[in-house]
Design a protein around this ligand. Structure first.
Ligand code: KMT
Ligand code: NI
Length: 173
């Protein structure tokens, strides 16, 4: 689960865009992102129990998996957005990149995920997702209760969202 600063150069979102500046696990944790690289399903179950994730489903992000809504979904995942709940993903197959705003929101931290990686993205942080050039990922999505993770695209409204405010407050602690 390599993490680095996104180079912010024009070009295919599916390419690595690695600036060469590494981001440590401590830096990720300092913005509330929890990486669990290379864990087993049993370990996922233990974390789900501990954090109270009761529901789950599986998503296949690929042309085959999404069919007619493929293009629209790929575009939507890559728009800067936040959720009012944690985004929890356990990668079963394939690869992709989660881009998460660093503290202060100036740059993207790009996290490359691969099979057996679990990533927890906190509520209120701006982020986006893309497939890599293999164009396929299959992931377990975990939910605390009802699947409730509408993406709220960045706007003046999300800047003022209470979950956003709570997240920013948590960074000061
Ligand atoms: C999301 O909400 O960004 C996704 O579900 C991305 C696909 S799961 C790796
Ligand atoms: Ni999201």
């Amino acid at each position: 689960m390599k993490a680095y600063i996104f180079d912010d150069l024009e070009g295919d979102q599916r390419l690595p865009h690695d600036s060469g500046e590494q981001v440590s696990v401590e830096q990720l944790k300092s913005i509330g992102v929890l990486p669990y690289p290379g864990i087993s399903l049993d370990q996922v179950e233990a974390i789900a129990k501990e954090r109270g994730y009761k529901n789950r489903d599986e998503i296949n992000v690929s042309k085959e998996g999404l069919g007619d809504i493929y293009e629209e979904k790929i575009k939507g995942f890559f728009r800067e957005h936040l959720h009012e709940d944690e985004e929890i993903r356990y990668i079963k197959d394939g690869r992709g990149y989660f881009d998460i705003r660093e503290k202060g929101d100036a740059r993207w931290i790009r996290i490359a995920v691969e099979p057996q990686d679990l990533l927890i993205v906190p509520a209120g942080v701006y982020h986006r997702f893309t497939l890599d050039s293999s164009d396929f990922i299959r992931a377990l999505r975990l939910f605390q209760d009802e699947p409730k993770w509408v993406p709220h695209d960045k706007s003046e409204a999300t800047d003022a969202n209470p979950f956003r405010a709570q997240y920013l407050q948590s960074l000061k602690a």
